[in-house]
Design a protein around this ligand. Sequence first.
Ligand code: UDP
Length: 493
Amino acid sequence: SDHEEKAHFVLVPVMAQGHTIPMLDMARLLAGRGAAVTFVTTPLNFARIKSLADSVANSGLPIHFLPLRFPCAECGLPDGCENIDVLPSSDLLASFWRACAMLREPLASHLRHNSPAPPTCIISDTGHPWTGDVAREFGIPRLSFPCFGAFAALVRHVMYRFKIFENVADENEPVSVPYLPHRFELAKAKAPGNFGGPGTDKFREAALAEERRADGIVVNTFDDLEASYVDAYGKIAGKKIWTVGPLSLCNRSVGETAARGRASDVDVGHCLRWLDSKKHGSVVYVSFGSLARTMPGQLIQVGLGLEASERPFVWVIKAGDRFAEVEEWLKAEGFEERVKDRGLIINGWAPQAAILSHPAVGGFMTHCGWNSTLEGVAAGLPMITWPHFGEQFLNETLIVESLKVGVPVGVQQMTQWGAENAQVFIKKDDVETAVGKLMDEGEEGEERRRRARELGEKARRAMEEGGSSYENTKLLIREIQAKNVHVDGKLTV
Ligand code: UDP
């Protein structure tokens, strides 16, 4: 029947905002192009995306949300710890990964007994190696989704596979990374993997080993952005790579909300009206994503630097940043009063997508999470790079050195996730200098803006009919439908 011939993708994101959001976009992308999708989630994560799920249902897109009970108690996690952003400390990450792996049998059982159509492909986060077993049980391909850009995924692949830091005693000593299209040196202190927590090494090893068994890799990037890295990654990993991004630009009409992954904590209309009152390209948007925890002492320096820059700004301070303490300072010092005409402070989850695409925004101070990076690129914005952990330093390198659309604020060390005594690395003056440089109207600033705008146009073209990501998505669906992707990662045609 028709139903059986249709490609049916099972999508399994890691339960963290930065991982779930692009997978949701991918669900809408694939479903909007004729494939059926089962989207694996958990009850509390499903509640967060309820309004999106409702509008998907109303639009008639064939996406089935599958909330599987998350085994917190069995794994020693506090009740309700279904997302990395609510883990009390990185000490519990290993338990979190263990709980994820326990979703294997419930998922397989659903696919065996309750799925309206048999699955034809699993696309799962690289962090979910257990999905490889599910795919093998059903004899279907599993495509790994790194949730990184191609450059960062390539560097991670090479650094673990060839153990490039094995004999390096000093973690600040730069080591040459082989198999890249150009010379590149990286210090262990700035390499992905430090965001771990005790006991997580074996999970990472399992994830990377399973990536090497995957039947292909799907990357949220586009060829004009990272062609040489996509190429090198495909060669060294020996895999077919589908570039399908920027996923944030897909299906804007279906279930589009200003905030991504969960409802905004502020009134979107208010933010947009505030931006409407500002000059074109004059506002700096400052956000450090969902996981990075920036200590109050460091945030105060951000505030002072923004004030000294004399530019208008939107500044997001999230719950994990101990907003109450920062707010106390903001009030006690009269900061809010002093900047009230040109500073909008958002406490909680901001409507980032809407803000970035508003014409008043002219620059983005970002922690260089991959989604934020791509969203900045897609919005055609130059960026101030402030990496915190994980692969964010690699994204900074891409933004600043390869794409030349960034000004580094000057971070030299990882922020240990959840560390209470994190030092203040960046001072008010560093912030002020970086903002001044980014927003400068001189030749250097103009050149940077021109390059950023050009990348934004290329990003949009990639997702339009005839564009590279558009065509790759079409091929991916067609190849899965025709069962051309072998379960050994090779293509038949
Ligand atoms: N985001 C948002 N509102 C916020 C903070 C983040 O909508 O207040 C979205 C942002 O647009 C991006 C994602 O959350 O899509 C964050 O992902 P990223 O990879 O940048 O960083 P992470 O959260 O993983 O550190």
